[in-house]
Design a protein around this ligand. Sequence first.
Ligand code: AQP
Length: 333
Amino acid sequence: MADSKPKKTVFSGIQPTGDLHIGNLIGAISLWVKEQDKHDNIFCIVDLHALTYPEEIQAERLKSNSLDVAALYLACGIDPEKSLVFIQSQVRQHSELAWMLNCVTPMGWMNRMTQFKSKSEGRETVGVGLYAYPILQAADILLYHADLVPVGEDQRQHIEITQDIAERFEHLFGYHFTRPEILVRQVGARIMGLDDPEAKMSKSASKSGHAIRVLDPPATILKKLKSAKTDSRTAVDASDLSPGVRNLVTIYHAFAGGSWDSALKRFDGSGYGALKTGVAEAVIAGLEPVQRRFHEIRDDEAGLVRFLTRSAEAAAERAEATMRDVRKAVGVW
Ligand code: AQP
């Protein structure tokens, strides 16, 4: 008998601010792929979010980065038959709802956002857009009445504020948005920098040894892992992992599959040289098919743009259905 339970709607996205790294892959995309059969999936390339660092924008580059990210989604295993994949700026309703949510979100809530604090640190000028970033993210999610948002651990506070914004909107205007829940991996929800295991691996970090890019060639991956920071010991002690060693075992576990215990057992007592080589082998083997598919998809740019435009039209239909009711609730035309 067919399962009559309606599928849950999943929404997530990545900003095209640079080359994706294995943290994005492990923390977010792998979770999307793993769960995609079960749900109604919407995966977005959130280019409007990338405008929050306007000094770093080069228009042509941003457009091409968006295509790279879309090709990577598909190369990593997002199936267009099961998931909607589109570029955020092609669906204008995201900006429209974001404005309405800007108007209902108290500034006190935004002042508590820790990511704003870290992302604005050291910058001479910080735009209002960076401050309001979580509100645009809330609009992305609420527009499709998403039930689940699969993301890395760093996004938890943003999903919580999305629930609060939905509640305040309902209180003010009587319109009910589905309250989204966060979906995170048990292991690998926060991959740390190779050069600094206390800091999240990030696209925008500039040091070359910080992140493994999804498109890094094998020799680069090996080199980066060989120089990953560990600790003053020489061999893995499974009962007492330092942050750097834990990060490496976590990366191995994400690529090799199997249980956390089997990953630990595999390296317990191994020297750090063997650990790093073992991790590199798993990462290189895991990324090889992704890189191959990426180039096949990306090389047909016209085909990719056609696909994304069609998907954006389908997304816009769903978004417009929400916005018709939202406009009515608010009293705008
Ligand atoms: N280090 C990480 N470990 C696990 N998950 C991570 N994510 C990001 N870094 C890690 C998850 O990847 C998704 C994409 O996030 P984003 O591009 O929208 O923004 P971000 O979180 O700010 O990612 P970056 O890589 O750090 O980019 P920049 O440097 O441009 O800000 C999210 O689900 C995120 O949790």
